[in-house]
Design a protein around this ligand. Structure first.
Ligand SMILES: Cc1cc2nc3c(=O)[nH]c(=O)nc-3n(C[C@H](O)[C@H](O)[C@H](O)COP(=O)(O)OP(=O)(O)OC[C@H]3O[C@@H](n4cnc5c(N)ncnc54)[C@H](O)[C@@H]3O)c2cc1C
Length: 395
């Protein structure tokens, strides 16, 4: 039987992040991905590398600070994949948030960034409103600007896998995980490549299957309990390019949620929604209601723009089960272990694209008690990330 030290299930941002961190720590690691790198949520995000301004409203200060620091680091590590972006927040006579609330939020955001390199937020003077072509000015009371960063999530995921491979990590794709046996001193993973069933022995397994990895019932021996998490659909629409160079963070007039409107290649990207999803993640499609909701918001704020929907796609957030609105639920990543004293099977639940590197480092630290002691060969905080070649041939 084949052998390795660590098996990672899923080639989204978390899986590739763990592969990179484990290889950097000196371990033999193999990643199994069933479709393609970033085929899941990691190609369906809003593509922001950000602290998450809105999480300040729900008091998630630790998360915001951590992600802002990571944003600054990733801007240095991946300059051709991540760029700073200016965001505008327009406030109208009927907006639910007052200028003082936004001012205080942005002040805290600047402070938590802790970097002098990031441009600080400001309130635009009325004469500067001309810089915002197409924005509805009827009822406009104030406009604030702040800085965050934008990436290409698929390209970032591929770049991290490329870095992992340069450190010796192996990629099996397409390879579909089917089941695992967890013993006291090792594990066995079964997976399928086409019609061929394969099996590999390892010391530990990391479940980074995102929405596909919440329910592990019947997939492991001994069985793991279902995780108390659920999937929340987030849709984006793409409309024709409209001359936007900066991004907007606006309030949905119907339910007051925050929605982004931003330039994306030769298009305008508008998202997102948050609707509980109970179906099979493989069959996720953006609902017509979500598409209409986003198109209406775009038309409301940019009445002169062409709001034809050229494309629409959806991804799944993994959030803790709760009766509260998804918008206000905690966004911290949870790392769940089969046994804290002998962690052979770890699951990554939830999380952000932005925080992938820290999550991966946490996972590798937690696994060190079941892995042999090794000298690190690299530090992921110092590894430059570059766009991967189009030809990405699995090992
Ligand atoms: C709408 C939306 C917008 C978001 N916007 C942002 C944002 O702007 N910034 C930010 O920081 N975060 C954002 N996030 C969060 C972020 O995108 C996710 O946390 C992150 O992409 C999740 O990555 P993952 O690796 O856990 O899961 P995924 O990317 O879903 O990866 C899981 C992988 O597992 C594979 N897989 C499934 N089953 C198997 C199997 N049996 N065997 C092998 N492989 C399997 C899948 O094919 C998939 O590639 C957003 C999330 C959503 C839903």
């Amino acid at each position: 039987m084949e052998e390795t030290e660590l098996i990672v299930l899923g080639g989204g941002i978390h899986g590739v992040g763990v592969a990179q961190a484990a290889a950097a720590a000196g371990y033999r690691v193999r990643l199994l991905e069933k479709t393609a790198l970033a085929a899941g949520t990691s190609s369906r995000s809003t593509k922001l590398i950000h602290g998450g301004l809105r999480y300040l409203e729900s008091g998630q200060i630790h998360l915001v600070r951590k992600n802002l620091k990571e944003r600054e680091l990733l801007l240095k590590l991946a300059p051709d994949l991540i760029q700073r972006k200016t965001f505008y927040i327009p406030l109208y006579e009927n907006s639910s948030r007052q200028p003082l609330t936004i001012r205080l939020g942005l002040w805290a955001y600047d402070l938590l960034t802790g970097s002098t390199k990031a441009p600080s937020s400001s309130r635009l003077s009325r004469s500067d409103w001309d810089r915002l072509p197409g924005l509805q000015t009827r009822g406009l009371k104030a406009v604030f600007s702040y800085s965050d960063a934008q990436t290409d999530d698929t390209a970032l995921t591929r770049a991290v896998m490329q870095s992992a491979r340069q450190l010796g990590a192996k990629l099996c794709c397409p390879a579909t995980f089917t089941s695992a046996d967890i013993f006291d001193d090792h594990c066995r993973v079964r997976y399928r490549v086409g019609d061929v069933e394969k099996s590999i022995k390892c010391l530990a397994i990391v479940n980074a299957m995102g929405a596909w990895g919440i329910n592990m019932a019947n997939r492991t021996t001994p069985p793991l309990p279902d995780y108390p998490f659920e999937c929340i659909e987030g849709t984006h629409i793409e409309c024709p390019e409209a001359g936007l160079t900066d991004a907007y963070y606006v309030e949905s007039p119907s339910d007051r949620r925050g929605v982004f409107i931003l330039p994306w290649g030769a298009r305008t990207l508008i998202g997102t929604t948050e609707t509980p999803y109970l179906g099979d993640p493989d069959h996720l499609m953006p609902s017509q209601a979500s598409i209409d909701y986003l198109q209406t918001i775009y038309q409301h704020y940019f009445p002169g723009h062409d709001a034809t929907v050229l494309d629409a796609w959806a991804g799944l957030r993994v959030l803790p089960q709760s009766s509260s609105s998804p918008f206000n639920r905690p966004r911290e990543t949870v790392i769940s272990s089969n046994d804290p004293k002998n962690p052979r099977f770890l699951s990554i639940l939830g999380g952000k694209l932005t925080g992938y590197r820290l999550t991966a480092a946490d996972v590798v630290t937690q696994l060190q008690c079941v892995l042999p002691s090794r000298t690190a060969v690299a530090d992921t905080a110092a590894l430059t990330l570059t766009r991967a070649d189009d030809e990405f041939i699995p090992d």
